[in-house]
Design a binder for this molecule. Structure first.
Ligand SMILES: [Zn+2]
Length: 598
């Protein structure tokens, strides 16, 4: 494709699509189009998520005649008549209570005591530099969001429980690295035990294993607003670590680490963002007075091409669009137009009278194991506090979910959909999105329709990469030589142009930047028969609408710019997209030139 011709032919987004059809820019088949809705900006959960499909209960009768009954003893004892494979709620609650008791008793400081010298074996695999942080003028170091086969440090921090932040971890790893200690934000403690089924916490029928106390003693927590002091082995050098909400998925935290040497002198302060969505209002008050020697930065969106609407603003737009535009357009198109499809649907769903007023709407928010909880709770608030159904089996349900969202932890989603539709016209479901057939089968929507009549299902795929397919079109934005040369006199103007997209629009001769938020424009007319297919598609047979929305729990380019011009720091170490170091260095230099504190 000749990009220059392409540029001359189109001035705005509609032209772009017309031109796209004519020029056939990399098309995906219909099938892969649906599969791509699963795309998320988190790495696909692959190696983790302990799924217990079947459990063979082997009974071990414990002789406790001489033992005083206690809560602990009760839980460690496996019940004799246990041939059941159904979920034992009471057993789970007892296990949870015991772990919570341990959690409450955790101390605010920790000093490792090892009887033998720790033997650090060398690693065959190269560990990325940003995963192990070495403190100045010492041998003290910590590992962050990574579990190498042979651990080289005592402390292993986990910023949050997305699988790309605990690569290498398993129950086996804990046994193979007996000196290793894990440090988590307090909120992640129980979910961590659950996700990895540590000491059988996730098990439906088994009691906690006898080793749970040992395991619990190796998992430390940083409480909210309370620092944790960690000493290094046989020395007085230590770190003081505090956490801050990372505005990412549930439980995600920023790690603020201060390192003190043997003499108790502060030698280094670092900030590890894990994955984060920078929010100046929320974070700056806690960060503005600190000088960070190093910031380990989540540089997921490394180019100004990725600027999406801030969360709060987006919530308003999405809820208005859903209620005032999308739903009425679907109703009009599907139920009032006596076209061929309508007749097909009438024969498909028999004996049902359609009442517009009580029309049920299911909104599915696409997300893997954890993430998008705050978007879900925000949307629920905007839509009459409608219920948000989440899968109880998933480890998301072990978290304290946002209190301003009406969350329902479900073991039978179809049943809970039916129950909740009795008092609500709209129900949200937070979970993974498959193709239309899979959705209908998984949620057994036919059973819901048998009771309430025809319903609308809207699947929202949430990702900042939702317009990633235009990457090739914007490839010049990733070449440093194609970007303006920055200096101290033009830096502010250039950053402003990057942040408001004017540079990109000018460079590519566009009137709009490609972003699914375009449909929020007042002038956008929603025509269900001619949908902008890269944003909205419909499966007429299954009556499911798919909407790709540019949303992310990571910082957009603009938010990264804000972070790196507002904070006071010596060096930034990118943790994502490290293969594009020249591009990252270009932007880091630009941010540094625009820094407010310099
Ligand atoms: Zn993440």
């Amino acid at each position: 494709m000749n990009k220059l011709n392409f540029k001359h032919n189109q001035k705005n987004i509609t032209d772009f699509y017309t031109a796209k059809d004519e020029n056939s820019v990399v098309f995906k088949t219909h099938k892969t189009e649906y599969v791509s809705l699963l795309t998320d900006d988190e790495a696909i959960e692959s190696e983790d998520d302990v799924v217990i499909l079947k459990e063979n209960v082997k009974l071990s009768v414990e002789d406790d005649e001489n033992t005083q009954p206690s809560l602990k003893k009760h839980i460690l004892k496996v019940k004799e008549d246990e041939n059941v494979k159904i979920y034992d709620e009471a057993l789970y609650e007892e296990k949870k209570a015991l772990l919570l008791k341990d959690l409450q008793q955790k101390a605010a400081s920790f000093k490792p005591s090892f009887e033998e010298e720790i033997e650090y074996k060398s690693n065959s695999k190269h560990v990325p530099e940003y995963r192990i942080h070495k403190f100045p003028d010492s041998e003290d170091k910590v590992t962050i969001d990574y579990f190498p086969k042979n651990s080289q440090t005592i402390y292993h921090f986990i910023s949050h429980l997305h699988s790309d932040h605990h690569v290498g971890f398993s129950k086996k790893w804990l046994t193979e690295n007996p000196h290793a200690v894990l440090v988590l934000g307090e909120e992640n403690y129980l979910p961590f035990f659950y996700k990895f089924n540590i000491s059988n916490f996730k098990s439906k029928v088994k009691a906690l294993e006898e080793d749970y106390e040992l395991m619990a003693s190796r998992i430390l927590v940083v409480r909210k607003n309370e620092p944790l002091k960690l000493y290094f082995n046989k020395s007085n050098s230590h770190i003081v670590i505090t956490t801050l909400n990372a505005n990412h998925c549930i439980g995600a935290c920023l790690l603020l680490i201060k390192y003190y040497n043997e003499a108790g002198e502060l030698k280094e302060t670092i900030l590890h963002t894990g994955d984060f969505r920078y929010n100046s209002k929320m974070m700056l008050p806690r960060l503005k007075d600190v000088y960070f020697d190093k910031i380990y930065l989540d540089t997921t969106y490394k180019s100004p091409v990725w600027n999406f609407t801030p969360k709060v603003e987006l919530l308003n737009k999405v809820s208005l669009f859903l209620q005032q535009k999308l739903k009425p357009a679907i109703v009009e198109n599907w139920f009032y137009k006596g076209n061929r499809i309508q007749r097909t649907l009438d024969t498909f769903v028999k004996n049902i009278t359609f009442d517009k007023k009580s029309l049920k709407t299911l909104i599915i928010l696409g997300s893997y194991t954890i993430g998008k909880e705050f978007l879900a709770s925000g949307l629920s608030q905007k839509m009459n506090d409608c219920p948000i159904i989440v899968d109880k089996e998933g480890f998301r349900s072990v978290y304290n979910l946002p209190t301003n969202g009406n969350f329902v932890k479900s073991t039978d989603i179809t049943k809970d959909l039916i129950d909740n539709f009795k008092n609500n016209d709209t129900v949200l479901y937070l979970g993974s999105i498959g193709n239309p057939k899979e959705i209908k089968q998984k949620l057994k929507l036919f059973n819901v329709e048998k009771i309430f009549g025809k319903m609308i299902t809207i699947c929202i795929s949430l990702s900042g990469w939702n317009f990633y397919k235009w990457k090739n079109f914007f490839q010049d934005m990733e070449k440093v030589e194609e970007l303006p040369v920055v200096n101290s006199s033009n830096c502010h103007r250039i950053l402003e142009e990057f942040n408001d997209n004017s540079f990109i629009k000018r460079k590519y001769d566009l009137e709009e930047i490609f972003n699914s938020d375009l449909i929020f424009d007042d002038g956008f007319k929603l025509d269900m028969e001619n949908l902008p297919k890269w944003i909205i598609t419909q499966d007429k047979l299954n009556r499911i609408v798919y909407w790709k929305l540019s949303y992310s729990d990571h910082s957009s380019y603009k938010e990264l710019s804000e972070c790196c011009t507002e904070l006071n720091y010596g060096k930034i170490i990118p943790t994502v997209n490290t293969h594009s170091m020249d591009l990252l260095e270009y932007h880091m230099r630009l941010w540094r030139l625009c820094k407010k504190s310099d």
